[in-house]
Design a protein around this ligand. Structure first.
Ligand SMILES: [Mg+2]
Length: 691
């Protein structure tokens, strides 16, 4: 049964809504899901329309003001229609669609927040803009009740324009989570070769049942999870495990769908299909993690939740005072004035302007910040968890040790091994060839690969064997002299190969996936920042420990299956820790989505980059610390901006309470706070990160 890639629902293939995107058919539960999938930008486009409307309104009222100042519309200004000033009516007409159409999402957001007994930014802005608009409307139609009030239309428009612009900026920076799921789904093969009544038939993957016998030719993707029932081959499982050395598979071995069969024909029995496969399990883990990550309460909202009750109290107290000392209309207008002035224009852009500056700064250093929420979370970071293969290490083996026996020199051992392996595509062979340099390797004759054991070749009239103990035993080579070194190397998690020349052990070559150049420096730096560093890997304990010791990592979580990584993160979070995860592979995607700050390595898979909140473009691990520092610097800007956003308006509240507020003071407070917020954000450009 196919799965709706938007909502994750299992849908009936015949009844579902179909869309063909690329060479793949997708099934959706509803038109809405299909539309969301096809055009993730749709919401952004509608937001853009609303921002444009508000900005156009702001520009037109400003233009009218300028015309008035230049004395160009004096005749128009004095025109009256049924006792209502046409001039003020113009402002009313311009402001109405902005407040009610462009600003609708904010009023609705405020309603939803209040319904759940929350106070957020929307509540303050909705109250402020509505207060300003009603004040202006009363002033337009009943000028005697609220004289000179139409300046408040412009302030309401200004607030909405700024707030919508801020929301639009944030939305354009934010990641689109659907892309990760989509790319994961695209890893799944579309067709399978099914054996039916002795005939090979190509069938769509959705038709494969548990128990079906599938044929997988060399170079093909394994269609679904299964068990080998005949054949022998090595399978590249890098896509799911990150491990570059192919895994040998023989009868009885389990294979995972979407991994690549390298060199032999495999006949497998499907054991898991559809949503039960390992790949689909990862898909649902990513979905779950993305859906369950509770949105952090933004700092702006936290500030507002303290500020609003104070404002409302002040408004009620002032209203009561003026009601008893003068009359209702004065008291009511004071109330509206307080609500209006308490809502700063700059509030809407305080956070987005700082984040935008942070994103720009990050781009200079090759650090991609994909949303404000990560910035806010990075400041409380406690633990940073690294994936091993491909993240801390290069992801491919390198020759680490060469030992020579029987009078041979190390160079001879390496040379003989390289020539025997020259034609092979196996990562271990490539590591040996790379160490020697391709141009210095003579061609071997009679090359023969013995799957799972090693290679046999002839080189300068010598019989060469390179491989494991089994290969040596099968060819009657005595390896007693090598055993101690072999064990030592294996103890360190290295892959050791024995080289025999003319039937005698001549040396050992050991290879291992080694740490990246700056990994140790990067870890040291993170530790000095007071962070706990841990390593999370599917690899065995020995290999994991060797790498961890080299890098100075104390906590190692080894033997973790791809779909279990997310549990390790959840466990740390359950201890109350704010966790960052650094990873590169498909197997890291659920953990990246679950962690508070997902950091993806730029050289990693697109899926990791799609689920990560911070992407390090340069593949330099030292950038992890820079990314965190950048987030912290950006957070500091957000805090400062919020201060500047509120300060002028806060000072103006007593003026409003004293019934002395006029539109000029209100506009000046709004302008000052906006100016300070924008220029303070621009200062982030001068930040220098310690590289
Ligand atoms: Mg990896």
């Amino acid at each position: 049964m196919p799965r709706d890639p938007v909502c994750g629902m299992i849908v009936d293939k015949d009844k579902a809504i179909k869309r063909k995107i690329g060479d793949r058919e997708y099934y959706f539960c509803s038109e809405t899901c299909a539309r969301t999938y096809e055009a993730p930008e749709q919401e952004l486009r509608s937001m853009k329309r609303r921002v444009t409307l508000a900005l156009l309104g702001a520009v037109s009222v400003a233009a009218l003001r300028v015309l008035a100042m230049l004395g160009l519309v004096v005749a128009f200004m004095t025109l009256e229609f049924a006792g209502v000033s046409v001039w003020e009516l113009a402002f009313f007409v311009i402001s109405a669609p902005i407040v009610w159409i462009a600003g609708w999402s904010i009023h609705y957001g405020a309603y939803k927040a209040l319904k759940t007994r929350n106070i957020n930014m929307d509540v303050l802005i909705s109250t402020g803009t509505l207060a300003g608009w009603f004040y202006g409307t009363i002033s337009t139609f009943f000028p005697t009740l609220a004289p000179g009030g139409h300046g408040y239309f412009e302030i309401a428009i200004g607030i909405l324009a700024f707030v919508l612009l801020g929301k639009f900026i944030e939305e354009t920076i934010r990641r689109r989570s659907a892309a990760a799921i989509r790319q994961l789904l695209e890893l799944q093969p579309t067709i399978a070769r099914v054996l039916k009544d002795g005939n090979e038939v190509e069938a769509p993957i959705d038709d494969v049942q548990v128990g079906d016998i599938l044929i997988v030719k060399p170079g093909e993707k394994i269609p679904t999870d299964g068990k080998v029932i005949s054949g022998y081959s090595s399978v590249d499982e890098k896509i799911l495990t990150g491990e570059s050395i192919p895994v040998e598979k023989s009868v009885g071995s389990e294979v995972i769908g979407a991994t690549i069969n390298k060199n032999g024909l495999l006949k497998i029995e499907a054991t898991k299909v559809g949503t039960n496969t390992a790949l689909m399990q990862i898909v649902s883990l990513v979905e779950e993690a993305q859906a369950s990550s509770a949105p952090v309460q933004k700092l702006a909202d936290r500030v507002v939740s303290y500020f609003v009750p104070i404002v409302f109290t002040a408004a009620v107290v002032a209203f009561t005072y003026w009601f008893f000392t003068t009359n209702f209309s004065t008291a009511f207008l004071v109330l509206l004035a307080i609500l209006l002035i308490a809502c700063p224009c700059a509030l809407g852009i305080a956070t987005p302007a700082a984040i935008l500056a942070g994103v720009g700064k990050g781009a200079e250093y090759g650090i991609l910040l994909r949303g404000g929420e990560y910035v806010e979370k990075a400041r409380k970071l406690h633990t940073i968890v690294f994936d091993k293969t491909g993240t801390l290490t290069k992801g491919e083996p390198m020759v680490t040790d060469i030992i020579a026996y029987g009078g041979y020199k190390k160079e001879d051992v390496l040379q003989a091994a390289a020539s025997a392996e020259k034609g092979s595509e196996h990562p271990l062979a490539e590591a040996i060839v790379k160490t020697v340099g391709n141009s210095n390797i003579p061609d071997a004759e009679a090359f023969e690969a013995i799957p799972g054991h090693g290679v046999k070749a002839k080189y300068e009239d010598k019989q060469i064997l390179l491989g494991n103990r089994k290969l040596m035993k099968d060819n009657n080579v005595s390896i007693e002299t090598t055993e101690k070194s072999l064990q030592e190397l294996e103890e360190q998690g290295k892959t050791a190969m024995i080289l025999a020349i003319n039937g005698k052990a001549a040396g050992i070559i050991a290879a291992m996936d080694t740490p990246k150049e700056n990994a140790a420096t990067a870890i040291k730096r993170l530790k000095s920042m007071g962070l706990e560093v841990a390593m999370l890997t599917g690899d065995n304990e020995r290999t994991a420990k060797t790498i961890a010791t080299q890098l100075g990592i104390d906590t190692v979580i080894a033997n973790v299956l791809p779909w279990e990584k997310v549990d390790a993160i959840k466990k740390l979070q359950a201890e109350g820790k704010v966790v960052a995860m650094v990873g590169d592979g498909v197997n890291d995607a659920p953990a990246l989505a679950q962690s508070d700050v997902g950091i993806a390595i730029g050289s990693g898979t697109d899926i990791a980059k799609e689920t990560g909140g911070i992407v390090l473009i340069k593949d330099d691990l030292r950038d992890v610390a820079l990314g965190i520092e950048l987030s912290q610097a950006t957070m500091k800007k957000i805090k400062q901006n919020l201060f500047w956003a509120f300060i002028y308006n806060t000072i103006s509240i007593p003026i409003a309470a004293a019934n002395l507020l006029n539109p000029v003071i209100a506009a000046a407070a709004m302008a000052m706070s906006s100016l300070f917020v924008v220029s303070n954000s621009a200062l982030l450009k001068r930040l220098k990160l310690k590289t």
